[in-house]
Design a protein around this ligand. Structure first.
Ligand SMILES: Nc1ncnc2c1ncn2[C@@H]1O[C@H](COP(=O)(O)OP(=O)(O)OP(=O)(O)O)[C@@H](O)[C@H]1O
Length: 260
């Protein structure tokens, strides 16, 4: 059974003067445990679709079902978000940041702390429970943000350019960490990115969007030989370069069609 199903989704933003059609007839489905990416030029509706999947607002038409139920009616903790900024609360320790969601779920303090300790170990940050976000580097804060997102055991993770504010080396390390951690926890994920390499290295499938209005232009299956590797290993595999070239050409033709 499909885990997430998007059926005939349209979305238009209305203001006093204008109506902007951000999404047109989006259809896709994801199986449990899959990792997919949305790739495409600026303004093609990637963030709009991610927000609709998150249940932040309903689409103007169509449905988004998570395990057969509309996402808009679900409780918000069933969907985890990881963004470009970590949004850790600066006045709370890393441990308190991670256990915040568990508090809302009424977990007792001791069980919450042991979940936080385990997650911090899994993301390579053992022993930082009592430190504050300002005492950690950007990469460490994103690791802590991943731990916080996983703490409430969300059904699906939505990753909106989570590595784009990091230096290149840290980004590569975090791609591996996020990919391995999500596999270990059996999580389903949707990544929004502008980075072709990141989408190939991390995903099972890539949805390329076109703009005006935002729509799915093409779908690329990432070959099995890449999916069985870590993102860093995948970036060094010959199949990576050929898929990169194909996607690059396709994106270029899209960009030209806008400026022609
Ligand atoms: N709140 C809003 N009100 C009106 N129009 C909006 C709003 N948010 C987005 N749009 C418009 O909807 C379209 C899709 O925007 P969206 O942010 O979803 O694209 P995107 O692919 O995520 O872009 P980027 O890659 O630059 O983040 C754009 O034309 C944008 O101007």
């Amino acid at each position: 059974m499909d885990f997430l199903t998007i059926n005939h989704v349209d979305h238009t933003y209305f203001s006093k003067q204008t109506a902007t059609q951000a999404l047109q007839n989006i259809n896709l489905s994801i199986k449990k445990g899959e990792f997919i990416s949305f790739l495409g030029p600026s303004g093609c509706g990637k963030t709009t679709l991610l927000s609709i999947i998150a249940g932040l607002f309903p689409p103007t038409a169509g449905t988004v079902l998570l395990e057969g139920l509309p996402v808009f009616s679900r409780d918000e903790l069933s969907i985890g978000y990881m963004l470009q900024q970590d949004y850790l609360f600066p006045w709370k320790t890393i441990g308190q940041n991670i256990t915040l969601g568990l508090k809302l779920l009424k977990h007792d303090k001791e069980a919450s702390l042991s979940i936080a300790t385990k997650l911090l170990q899994d993301v390579g940050l053992p022993g930082v429970e009592h430190q504050y976000p300002r005492e950690l580097s950007g990469g460490m804060r994103q690791r802590a943000a991943l731990a916080r997102t996983l703490a409430v055991d969300p059904k699906i993770l939505l990753l909106d350019e989570p590595f784009s504010a990091l230096d290149y080396q840290t980004k590569l390390k975090l791609e591996d960490l996020v990919s391995e951690t999500l596999k270990a926890y059996g999580k389903t994920a949707v990544l929004v990115t502008h980075d072709i390499g990141e989408s190939i290295a991390m995903s099972d499938r890539i949805y390329m969007f076109a703009a005006r209005p935002g729509r799915i232009h093409k779908v690329f299956e990432v070959p099995n030989e890449l999916r069985s590797l870590t993102p860093f290993q995948a970036r060094n595999h010959p199949s990576y370069s050929s898929l990169f070239q194909t996607i690059w050409k396709e994106l270029e033709s899209l960009e030209y069609s806008y400026t022609a």
